[in-house]
Design a protein around this ligand. Structure first.
Ligand code: BJ8
Length: 422
């Protein structure tokens, strides 16, 4: 760890606060991940990445910067990684899943702001996130009101570019979205001094599609009965997909999938065949937010699907690869990203269709809908999701929580009762 101290100092981190964060993170990871039995060998890669999350990966980013590459930070799956790769930049997700710097954050955003927003602001103000500090440009987006307004405050502390994400999916929205994708392309070209070419964009699209294909493969395999991998592990994989090197990550996940196939061939599972199978649906769970899956999997159930941005919403759709010109590829990008069924859209009926289909494909016995406290879009949609699922005889439990550990016992009681009922 101390080998990286100089690097962290150069990033202007608060070393004492950062040491504290790493200690808590290490302990939390040990309790939640390393206690699992019968894990696949391929998960060692994920354990390694996590153990070096503020070390080796940051060193790689520093090396990339030394070679003249730029680091682009994001908070939302609407920002096309394909474009960053096309200008030879590295894109990393900056969503944060732990309470840190909350008090400081509450001096610039209201208290009734969701934990995810308070967390990325708190991480910045407390100077404990080496990813945020590495960024040459951070892309925000006009999704929920909380993020949209928080970026105004965040933008005073970091170099930002805001994309306007439409709220509906009419023809006029598609036009707006395309102009925003083009505006992002211009900005990335300006920041990196490199041009998006047909060749570089094609390559970017291929890399990101391959990553999504590996995640799709994983999601298909894990749906086997008995399920071969825990929900906790799949959540971790989805989380890591936002900051690991995409090519290396894809290879590692495909290797893991080979091992899962072997396990399935032997009819082995990580849990007994009759274990209740649940889908987690709702707000994204950023690292190190593992609270809910941990409670669920400690309550005699197993998570076999994550309907969220750190889950199937990010891997479900691919970009059409047939385009040859930059213009054609930009159109293909726009089409793909307009399929995202975020609760910030209205009426967002696609999400209901997608949840129905996913519940069927994965054969779940029930759904746990997860909203972060103060998240308007997902808390509202929980009602619609419950209705849709009820029509299909799938029971749902709606949970609102945050990153604190205060409600763990209460959540346990409710989840155990739900698992017993289904
Ligand atoms: S595409 S889900 S990543 S916006 S939890 S900050 S919605 S108040 S994160 Fe999201 Fe993009 Fe949509 Fe996905 Fe606001 Fe809710 Fe907080 Fe949220």
């Amino acid at each position: 760890e101390s080998a990286y101290k100089e690097m962290w100092e150069n990033l202007n981190l608060d070393i004492a606060a950062h040491d504290g964060l790493l200690e808590v993170l290490g302990k939390f990871y040990g309790d939640i991940y390393m206690t699992q039995e019968g894990r696949l060998k391929g998960m060692e890669y994920l354990d390694f990445v996590l153990s070096e999350v503020h070390g080796l990966r940051i060193k790689e980013l520093m090396d990339a910067k030394a070679e003249g590459k730029k680091i682009i930070g994001t908070f939302c799956v609407f920002v096309p990684e394909e474009l960053s790769l096309a200008v030879d930049a590295v894109q990393v997700g900056l969503c944060a899943g732990a309470d840190a710097g909350t008090e400081a954050a509450e001096t610039i955003v209201p208290r009734n702001t969701c934990a995810l927003i308070k967390s990325f602001i708190g991480f910045k103000m407390a100077k404990i996130c080496p990813y945020t500090e590495s960024c040459d440009l951070i892309i925000g987006e006009t999704t929920c009101d909380g993020k949209k307004k928080a970026y105004e405050a965040f933008g005073e502390m970091a170099p930002m570019h805001i994309m306007e994400v439409p709220q509906r999916k009419e023809a006029s929205d598609r036009i707006l979205w395309k102009s925003e994708v083009l505006r992002l392309k211009d900005k990335l070209e300006e920041v990196t001094g490199k041009a998006v070419t047909a060749e570089s964009l094609k390559k970017g699209i291929k890399i990101v599609n391959d990553k999504r294909r590996a995640l799709q493969r994983l999601n298909k395999l894990r749906a086997a009965k008995p399920t071969p991998i825990s929900g906790r592990d799949v959540l971790l994989i989805n989380q890591v997909s936002f900051y690991d090197d995409p090519i290396r990550f894809t290879q590692s996940i495909n290797t893991l999938c080979d091992q899962i196939e072997e396990r399935i061939a032997k009819n082995e599972g990580i849990v007994p065949e009759n274990t209740p199978r649940l889908m987690l649906s709702g707000c994204p769970m950023a690292v190190p937010n593992w609270k809910l899956p941990y409670i669920i999997e400690g309550s005699g159930a197993v998570v076999v699907a994550e309907e969220s941005c750190i889950g199937t919403r990010n891997s479900r759709d691919l970009v059409d690869e047939s385009g040859e010109t930059v213009e054609e590829m930009i159109d293909a990008l726009c089409d793909r990203y307009m399929k995202i069924d975020c609760a910030c859209f209205t009426p967002n009926n696609e999400r209901m269709d997608n949840i129905k289909a996913l519940a069927k494909e994965t054969g779940v016995d029930g759904v746990i809908h997860y909203s972060l406290m103060f998240c308007q879009p997902y808390t509202h949609e929980a009602f619609k999701v419950e209705k849709t699922l009820a029509e299909n005889d799938v029971p749902m439990l709606a949970i609102e929580t945050d990153y604190s550990m205060e409600d763990v016992e209460q959540l346990k009681t409710r989840i155990e009762a739900f698992v017993e009922m289904i």
